[in-house]
Design a protein around this ligand. Sequence first.
Ligand code: SF4
Length: 492
Amino acid sequence: MTNLLSKSQFLKGRHCLKRIWLYNYRRDLMQEQSAFQESIMRQGTEVGKLAQCLFPGGVLIDEDYQNISGAVDHTNAVMTKNPAAIFEGAFVYDDILIRVDILKRNDDDSFDLIEVKSSTSLKKEHISDCAIQAYVLQQCGIKLQRVCVMYLNNQYRRIGELDLEKLFIIEAIDDRIHDELANVPMYLDTIRAALSQNNEPSWDIGSICKNPYQCEFKNYCWRDVSKKSIHFISRITDKQRRDLIDNGISLTKDVPENFKLTAPQSIQVSCEKNQDTHIDTVAIKNHLSQLQYPLYFLDFETCGYAIPQYDETKPYQHLPFQYSLHVRRTPDAELEHYEFLFDQKENPSRSLAEELISHIGSVGSVVVYYASFEGSRIKEMAETFNDLSEQLLSIHTRLWDLQTPFAKKWYYHPDFNGSASIKDVLPVLVPELSYKNLAIQKGDEAQFQYQQLINLSENSADRIGIKKALLEYCKLDTMAMVYILNQLQLIN
Ligand code: SF4
């Protein structure tokens, strides 16, 4: 079987016609998946396998994606035997190939189509995903009773063995796919027309390049986009983007004075036009006045698992496995540094919480960058460990967010390019500090390396290198916070 359009190709085409064209003809332009992304994919596969356990008597169509005709023949043969369910069943209609995660047989010989997702909620893109499958199955003469999405229950807290009934939620979406299902033939025509072109279709870049996840061709499509372009205006909407492009505006500095912007966007545009820095001294000083010494500069690194690995944890719960803590006890005191890195294949939270409490005293501000992240982790630990909750909640009430002046644009420099991330603020305010020479430079790399670390044997030589890299990365995060706060404190 050749020239089939797979479900995933259909979905790429539904997302963006340029994407499906590039995928078919210029796969050389695709970004390679990072090791972290591959590990996420593996977790998705594990979720799919676990979901099958809830359908005893189901038969797996185990031919891989290269052996399409074998998979279709196997599916047809199994269908004649009336199994309770078929996993990964292969169906083809009008040169469209689908593999159905779970096709569950009902007593009246109708079927439920169940699409398994490793997300924790129903998402818009799941509708198209199910619609193309329902379309092919119906055209193949299969009577569908229900179309469902099966996803992870983020309220499920593991205690002991996994309780699969509670881990998964099955949500029927029949009433939500009607329009999408009715339009499948039209979408197929559009996609096939795009694929019949010799040249790549023109398509506007925008939020679709990052949502619901980053497109694999983003580096290619955004290759000539300057950081000074309107695409980097903070929280720009697609309508704003469209209006500006339609008026021939491509650079932020050229946005017309009367163009409707939010207050933070206006600050960014004004700074870009005038190439100056905006500083709201009153707001910053007011924020700084809430600081109480000693100052504890805290940063966590966390890991998360689609399928909870440890007791008392939920799907994708961020488990802190590491922290760096710089301490300034008085304005003139020497900086102290403490750090913690859990390196065993167990839940790191309890050990980390105990160590954190031993390092952070009962008074003083806890300086973090983006408080809702560290705050949520501290609250989760307080909920889990009753005996530590008082001290943890005391830390929580003393959080002070260093990101606020940048997020609210009380301090904005044109070279932030619309971002309030520490990775964008640091090079402008403290150019002498840089992540560039570190072995680990991003949070997801840290998470991936941590997974490597805990899976290595105790005497593996690689453990030392990974631990060193993790400690250096996290330490730079809190050191960066110390320096950035110094800069804010210099404002008169
Ligand atoms: S980067 Fe954006 S425009 Fe380019 S193919 Fe992907 S979604 Fe389409």
